[in-house]
Design a protein around this ligand. Structure first.
Ligand code: IFM
Length: 451
């Protein structure tokens, strides 16, 4: 593969979404409430008091959305499965109607020549399990593996790609350090156990996948990575950068791929970071078939004892371009992340499972959306991905975040990431210029990226 020209013919050109962010109808057909459903309905958590009650109404409009993906030329669709649709109480009796939705969605994708790529956990935990302690309860690892097994037994014939967890770092950081996601805690004493339970759950689910036995399909983990740079060459800033890097980028990958948590975790958490049993560490190292990487931005950091948990503050690069999330646009960081993963963890098949940008778009009542900045963001990141491939990274696919404008968690509907615009009052879909561009890139197999 060279730095110019086409991507390999088997490259998976994809788009990604998640259940709570797009489906709507969260309690339909016997589904149980999720922790996100409850969190949104408690005042003060979400901008404008919004929720995923309607979202993109994808639960009812999925056929239309699949046809749209087919028209764009998308080859793979990464969606997530709502645990509480399938198991309303998190464990026990299967809600057949909930499961049936994902069967119909997968069938419809396959009929349209699109590969289903399912994430088992994209942050919406059944509320019944949150009430029992959620991920802070060690048994949550088993509850998750039991749920995963139901899906492997029932949907494995239709779904070739499975991811266990989406961005476990966000689950821990936003849920248990910042308190901005459910369960809304600020408890550094709890966070290490949550990390460990998530990883045990991931590994038990991978083991269930292998044991289930049809041999069909692949399973992996999805993490969000962000290169850290020191604001100066001062040794204190360099040490701060290493702590921030270990906390965000290595906390989950080192145990899964190397069998041990980074030493820096004890420095970050102090005595709250326990010594975990050797047998757990062996379990967590269960081999995976691929790694999914979500990439958006980088951060420049400096030592700051009054800063975050790591004793670090972010130094905003005022001269750089930023997205509507105030994330620096830094395409080279995608290339450096991919190269770093290969250097540190070896030649694992990789997917960019999310990449994209929120920008203010033209009003949704228009028929065209000229989102020049998003288009440019995608082009520059795809070029970065291709450079990494030319340097030997085994990158098998790329999923734009997101197919649709959707519910951006605590920001509600204020941040638009879609290559397809959604006029929420009417639910009309409008293909943005970035979507047309992505379609052309796919049809040219990436050759169009060349200047
Ligand atoms: O919308 C989220 C997604 O759910 C997880 N990754 C980052 C996206 C943008 O914030």
């Amino acid at each position: 593969m060279s730095e110019s020209g086409s991507f390999p013919s088997a490259f998976l050109w994809g788009a990604a979404t998640s259940a709570y962010q797009i489906e709507g109808s969260p309690l339909a057909d016997g589904a149980g409430p999720s922790n996100w459903h409850q969190f949104c309905h408690e005042p003060g958590h979400i901008e404008n008091g919004e929720s995923g009650d309607v979202a993109c109404d994808h639960y009812r409009r999925y056929r239309e959305d699949v046809e749209l993906m087919a028209r764009i030329g998308i080859k793979a669709y990464r969606f997530s499965i709502s645990w509480s649709r399938v198991l309303p109480k998190g464990c026990g009796t299967v809600n057949e109607k909930g499961l049936e939705f994902y069967r119909r969605l997968s069938d419809s994708l396959l009929e349209n020549g699109i590969q289903p790529f399912a994430t088992l956990y994209h942050w919406d935990l059944p509320a019944a399990l949150e009430a029992r302690g959620g991920w802070a309860h060690p048994d949550c690892a088993h509850w998750f593996a039991d749920y995963a097994l139901v899906l492997f037994q029932r949907l494995r014939d239709q779904i070739p790609y499975w991811a266990t967890l989406n961005e476990p770092w966000v689950v821990v950081h936003a849920g248990y350090i910042e308190g901005s996601h459910p369960p809304g805690l600020r408890s550094p004493a709890t966070a290490p156990r949550v990390t460990h339970t998530l990883l045990r759950g991931h590994a038990l689910a991978v083991q269930a996948f292998r044991a289930e036995g049809s041999g069909h399909g692949q399973i992996g983990l999805v993490v969000n990575l962000e290169p850290k740079r020191a604001a100066s060459s001062d040794p204190a800033d360099l040490a701060a950068m290493e702590r921030a890097h270990a906390y965000m980028n290595r906390q989950f990958l080192d145990p899964v791929l190397l069998g041990a948590y980074p030493d820096e975790m004890a420095a970050v958490f102090g005595r709250a970071w326990p010594r975990f049993p050797d047998q757990d560490m062996r379990l967590i190292r269960e081999p995976i078939d691929f790694l999914g990487i979500n990439y958006y931005s980088r951060s420049v950091v400096r030592d700051d004892p009054a800063g975050d948990l790591c004793g670090v503050s972010r130094v905003r690069q005022a001269a750089a371009e930023h997205t509507a999330m105030d994330w620096e646009v830094f395409p080279e960081g995608l290339e450096s992340c991919l190269l770093w993963v290969r250097r540190r963890y070896g030649a694992l098949p990789l997917y960019v499972t999310e990449n994209g940008a929120a920008f203010e778009d033209a009003p949704m009542h228009s028929t065209a959306i000229k989102d020049v900045r998003r288009l440019d963001y995608l082009r520059r990141h795809l070029l970065a991905a291709r450079r990494a491939m030319a340097a030997g990274v085994d990158l098998r696919g790329y999923f734009v975040w997101s197919l649709l404008d959707n519910f951006e968690w605590t920001h509600g509907y204020a941040k638009r990431f879609g290559i397809v615009g959604v006029d929420f009052p009417t639910q009309r879909r409008i293909l943005k210029d970035s979507g047309k561009f992505y379609s052309d890139v796919i049809r040219s197999q990436g050759a169009l990226l060349d200047p």
